[in-house]
Every structure is written in C-alpha cells, then in structure tokens.
Design a protein around this ligand. Structure first.
Ligand SMILES: C[S@@+](CC[C@H](N)C(=O)[O-])C[C@H]1O[C@@H](n2cnc3c(N)ncnc32)[C@H](O)[C@@H]1O
Length: 231
C-alpha cells in the first residue's frame, strides 16, 4: 500500500468521501488517504492529524514527496484538536483504530465538531459502542460497508448529524443497514462469530465459578441474537 495504491479497506473509505470535501484524516499515519484523494481531485484540502511522532514524520514525508504541502496540513495533535476553525472541514475520517478509541476521540473533540461534517469511520472492532455514541449524539448512519481483506473483516460507517435517531440494541450490535441488506460477506462474518461465541460460552460455562454471571448472560444473549439473525 502507498499513496497511489490504497488497500481495499482505504479504497472503500475513499469512495465515501464526498467530492470537493475539506477532509480531516485523524490518525492519518502515512497520510496515504488524503494524498491519494488530493491526487484524484476528490478533495480540495486536508488536515492529516497524528498523535505520535513516528507516523507524523511519515505523513510529513508523503505530503512533501508529493508536493502537496500547500494543500495538506500535517499536524501533531490528539484527536480532533488537529482541526482549526479556519480549516472549514466538511468530512472527517477516523480509520484503522478500535471503535472505542474512535468513540473517545469524537467524544473528547465534540467542541471541534460543527455538526455539519460527514463522518467516515472505519473501526477495527468496537462497532457497537461507536454506533451507540453516534445515536446518542444525533448522528444517523447513512451508509455501512463490510469487507474482507487478508482474512480480516472491516466495517465502514458513514454518519451525519440529522437530528434524533433511535436504533434498537440489535441494530447497534449488527449495524442497522447491514442487518437489512444481509450481504453474503455480512452473513459469513456472523457465521464465523457465532462459532467463536459458542466456544466462548462453553468455556465460560465450564469455568462458571470464576466468571461473573452477567458476563455469561451477555455472551448467551449475543449467541441468541446471532442465531436469530442467521435463522
Ligand atoms: C493503525 S493506524 C491507521 C492509519 C490509517 N488511518 C489507516 O487506516 O490506515 C492508527 C493511527 O492512529 C493514530 N492515533 C491513535 N490515537 C490517536 C489520537 N488520539 N489522535 C490522533 N491520532 C491517533 C496512531 O498514532 C496511528 O498512527
């Protein structure tokens, strides 16, 4: 992967960035996403935010090597603190981090959100708490994708603030739009997870003494939900 050839995962994230966006890519690492989108003429400017110096330097190098310093600002910052009001950001991508981390970054950075930005989120696990944060903060899920690359499943969640929205516990767990669409990759993911959850539940039940009953109940509920979904 590089700024010219994105991974399939980042390629699908890129496909969800609207034309003419001013993008903030938070946790940008090598800045491959904003650099590729600038080369393709999809975005007009970008901020590449990084909290750690090694990926920050990688991002600075990619931007410099591509002659894009006038269009992409690389900033050392924690989460949405990379965004300045003058950037007039219209889309924010947060990709390749745990869903809880993405949620915490959004929550800590609420003051930096105008509420008009499109969020393009690609969590690695922790999708349920992330979807809950979106619901609790008035964001509707406009689009969801699930793809498999190198044996891993990746979810992409696209959301915009559009007033109060209510999702059921199952919708927060599976993804409201994915539940409707029931794509082959979605069903394959949950078939694999059902097998894993069955094993986990058997192990927890064997070790019953040491395990809080609430934990066993939680996994049992997940097994029930997934079984119902696949039935
Ligand atoms: C696994 S990389 C993903 C890079 C790229 N977004 C992608 O999807 O390929 C996660 C990056 O997020 C950065 N990161 C983690 N927490 C962050 C935070 N609070 N603010 C900014 N960057 C953060 C890490 O330093 C790391 O470079």
């Amino acid at each position: 992967m590089n700024e010219h050839t994105l991974s399939m995962r980042l390629e699908r994230v890129a496909a969800n960035v609207p034309a003419e966006s001013r993008l903030a890519d938070i946790g940008s690492d090598h800045a491959y996403l904003p650099v590729a989108l600038m080369h393709r003429g999809v975005i007009t400017s970008a901020v590449a935010g990084e909290v750690a110096t090694t990926p920050l330097h990688a991002a600075q190098r990619t931007v410099r090597d591509n002659g894009l310093e006038q269009h992409i600002s690389v900033r050392l910052a924690n989460g949405l603190a990379a965004i300045e009001p003058g950037d007039r950001i219209t889309a924010i991508s947060l990709c390749g981090m745990g869903g809880e981390t993405i949620r915490d970054i959004l929550d800590a950075g609420k003051a930096c959100l105008s509420g008009l930005e499109r969020l393009i989120l690609q969590p690695n696990g922790g999708e349920q708490p992330l979807r809950r944060w979106l619901m609790d903060n008035g964001y509707s899920i406009l689009h969801e994708e699930l793809l498999q690359e190198n044996r891993f499943y990746y979810e992409i969640i696209v959301a915009e603030r559009a007033g109060p929205v209510t999702y059921s516990a199952e919708q927060l767990y599976f993804g409201p739009l994915q539940m409707q669409a029931r794509s082959p990759v979605f069903l394959a993911k949950w078939q694999r997870l059902l097998r894993q959850k069955h094993k986990t539940l058997a192990n927890l039940e064997q070790a019953r003494q040491a395990v809080p009953p609430a934990k066993v109940q939680e996994v049992a509920r997940e097994v029930r939900w997934i079984s119902e979904l696949l039935a």
